[in-house]
Design a protein around this ligand. Structure first.
Ligand code: SAH
Length: 348
């Protein structure tokens, strides 16, 4: 295993069989994590970038089988934030030291392009030194272009799975992997820093599927990769499927760091929810981004894409002080910085 890890570190690639061993075999994963940390530190040192996550709406026109806020879940108490509420989250976040705001939500038709652009222009004019990331799902090229022109810098859209038949098992027939991928290529062409990714242990996922996900990431080469364990929600068709493995998630964080040394890689809320000190362990496996929750306190629990999602304690943006301390304890430092991708391509 040591040889495979060395080879992955050196060549940023190994064979499918070797990847399968890294993902599935039992071995001393500390070797893998150590290699990932050394690569991460060459590029980003001990810095950790933070993003303030603002959950703008839990209305969604989609019906993804894994997601707690899917439209068929009639038990959800739906909310959407006003522009004023979003601006107030940014204000709080800015004073805490956040220089990236992530607006995430379901595909809420109330948020027309005009409304979204108006919010973007206001946030960017109030906070010109901040980056704004959107994560609002699949939109047309024209919509993505309008958001970009209104000031959006980055977009997160996980591909979810790069295998067609697996994609169909996770989504209703109205959705397609082809469209998801087209969205990603459009975002890149427009000039966004783009994030993709997938859930680890989603229902019916095989190791071959994960290898396809990795191969897709190599092909697409995103600036950011979001991966976290699949987490069950009882009000979905997947209520009986178990949570994804946290050990596998940590291995994959490390593998992705070794394959994409410069990538922005969050230790996700799902990992923090599934595992005690999950975020710390994610950082120690090669992650370099944390996204604390900056949403208004009363709506946080309503954005329940999976059950028991963390939204208090160190997950809360107001508790940044605690997060700083726990990162310091493991030798890392949260910085006040937009935390752009360290690429040679010119940045806006
Ligand atoms: N509507 C947006 C945001 C979706 S939520 C979009 O389509 O991109 C962000 C991510 O949460 C999803 O891409 C998915 O990978 C993840 N997610 C959804 N349900 C989940 C669950 N039950 N467990 C773990 N992650 C989940």
């Amino acid at each position: 295993m040591r040889e495979i890890i060395e080879k992955l570190k050196l060549n940023k690639d190994v064979s499918d069989n070797e990847l399968a061993s890294l993902i599935d075999d039992n071995y001393d994963t500390e070797l893998l994590f150590q290699a990932a940390r050394s690569v991460r530190e060459e590029i980003y040192g001990k810095k950790i970038y933070i993003r303030g996550l603002i959950e703008v709406s839990n209305y969604c026109k989609n019906d993804c089988f894994y997601c707690g806020i899917r439209k068929s879940n009639l038990t959800v108490n739906r909310f959407r934030l006003t522009k004023e509420e979003i601006l107030s989250c940014c204000k709080t976040g800015y004073s805490l030291g956040f220089r990236t705001f992530v607006m995430q939500g379901g595909e809420d038709m109330h948020f027309t392009d005009d409304i979204i652009c108006d919010i973007l222009r206001e946030v960017k004019s109030d906070y010109p030194d901040c980056a704004v990331t959107l994560s609002l799902g699949e939109k047309s090229y024209e919509s993505y272009k309008a958001y970009f022109d209104a000031g959006a810098d980055r977009y997160l859209l996980r591909h979810e799975t790069a295998n067609n038949s697996h994609y169909q098992k996770l989504h209703p027939s109205a959705m397609s992997l082809e469209n998801r991928k087209e969205c990603l290529y459009n975002l890149r062409e427009i000039g966004y820093q783009v994030g993709s990714g997938f859930m680890v242990g989603s229902p019916y996922q095989t190791t071959e599927n994960i290898i396809e996900d990795i191969r897709f990431l190599q092909d697409f080469n995103p600036h950011m990769v979001g991966i976290g364990p699949y987490m069950t929600h009882s009000q979905t068709p997947f209520a009986n499927h178990p949570n994804g493995s946290v050990d596998k998630t940590l291995k994959l964080l490390a593998i992705i760091r070794l394959m994409f040394p410069k990538v922005l890689l969050p230790a996700t809320t799902a990992l923090g929810t599934a595992l005690q000190e999950g975020r710390e362990k994610g950082i120690l496996a090669g992650a370099n981004v944390i996204m604390p929750n900056l949403s208004p306190k009363d709506t946080r629990k309503l954005y329940e894409i999976y059950e028991n999602k963390l939204y208090t304690g160190d997950e809360a943006a107001e508790a940044l002080h605690n997060l700083k301390n726990s990162m310091k304890k493991i030798g890392y430092e949260i910085v006040v910085d937009r935390g752009d991708h360290n690429s040679k391509t010119p940045m806006k």
